[in-house]
Design a protein around this ligand. Sequence first.
Ligand SMILES: Nc1ncnc2c1ncn2[C@@H]1O[C@H](COP(=O)(O)OP(=O)(O)O)[C@@H](O)[C@H]1O
Ligand SMILES: [Mg+2]
Length: 513
Amino acid sequence: MFGKRGLGDAPGAAPTPAVAPPSAARVQAVTAPRPAAPAAAAPAPQAARPAAAGAPAPPRPATPAPRPAAPPPPPPRVPDPSENPEYRSEAYYRVKSTIFNALIETIDLTQLAQLDPESARDEIRDIVAEIISIKNVVMSIAEQESLLDDICNDVLGYGPLEPLLARDDIADVMVNGANAVFIEVNGKISKTGIRFRDNGQLMNICQRIVSQVGRRVDESSPICDARLPDGSRVNVIVPPLAIDGPTLTIRKFKKDKLKLSNLVEFGSISPAGAKILQIIGACRCNVLISGGTGSGKTTLLNTLTAFIDPTERVITCEDAAELQLQQPHVVRLETRPPNLEGSGQVTMRDLVKNCLRMRPERIIVGEVRGSEAFDLLQAMNTGHDGSMGTLHANTPREALSRLESMITMGGFSLPAKTIREIIVAAVDVVIQAQRLRDGSRRITQITEVLGLEGDTIITQDLLLYEIQGEDQNGRINGRHKGTGVGRPRFWERARYFGLEKELAQALDETEAG
Ligand SMILES: Nc1ncnc2c1ncn2[C@@H]1O[C@H](COP(=O)(O)OP(=O)(O)O)[C@@H](O)[C@H]1O
Ligand SMILES: [Mg+2]
């Protein structure tokens, strides 16, 4: 009875009338491969619009009028929130705030925190019912339930964020101050009608989140990374750094990680391409997964780990543990930010270096960002075949040059050529993930590193995603096409693992398209 309100399809419905793009230009543009960044970035502001349009008069204050000064409300008639629970009127918020304030005066919050959630909710229910009758608020039972849910979320949980956190279809929640909450669903970003009472309430919720990992956010330490109990990653940045109010970004943790078969279902990769990925994972190629933010790198890395032999000892290093390896012999390591006094930090580099003393057979680095690149390459070059990592880049070539600059900037004074030699010797395959402008995520390139010619790293594409056009709904059509390479460089490796026939077959199939 206290279950989450039926939010399931509300925002899903909102974006439908959206995105009628200037079509001719678009179709033209997509036939030529284009850099990821603009393609991925473009739809965002567009997608945001329709949802906002569905909302009641935009709640953004044009001038920053201090909210609390609002006049006290006349005893209210509450509008029915059940039609679209996300969009609530001013009147609703006024009633809620009256009841909420009365509630806070009545109950002892610290005592309430000691109760289990069910009893705490019962307690709040009784008091809210009393307040409603004393204040003479006109409300149906359903409205009362909905208000109660809302208030309980405020007092016991993450307030207006709760319904979003409960939804499994949301990948990211982005809060830009009290009145602008965006979500990403199926690769599309849209604005929700959800809002906070004010920046104070939002700040409290930020505080509650970061206090769970023993941190605080305030003017003196305005940036903080944290994690929700369910594993979701959170970043908080507050004023004065965030100009328009506390800003919260949540990458939701997916309990059911996608498998390679799911990626095939979604068309992220063709069946033959998936076969090649599977062989790459199984025959212990050293792999880099490259892509933009939210392009599906971690997901892809996770799917590749499924093909690691269960007898291997695998060590994973991450900023916040996201990978879910199914093998029995896995050690998971996580970096640590500095504490309030600024000490105690353990960096990715520390972890990767330490890994090497832990007798790993494979090392998996969640996200390579800095000087740990060098240690990962060293690991790849010293018998830890099958090591993997993700990094942020728009093409496989760019991934390789980013790797080079990470090493240079990490303070290793090695000649460029030497660094390239190390890279070429270490990395076998780069896999490119991309979020296309229709929101879909695709594996757009599987590329091998062949060697060095003079000072230039030579690569060879095995598989490319060709965009062919789009359907009436703006969904991009395309196909994964082999490039006709008969014998990739890891052929011998595949043979060693008895997988060369499968590899040959998969390569043939990709060429057939
Ligand atoms: N191929 C895919 N198809 C659909 N959704 C995907 C795909 N790959 C990833 N996702 C979803 O996209 C979101 C971001 O993926 P993630 O792997 O964390 O991205 P990254 O590591 O590149 O930032 C997650 O919610 C994930 O479930
Ligand atoms: Mg990631």
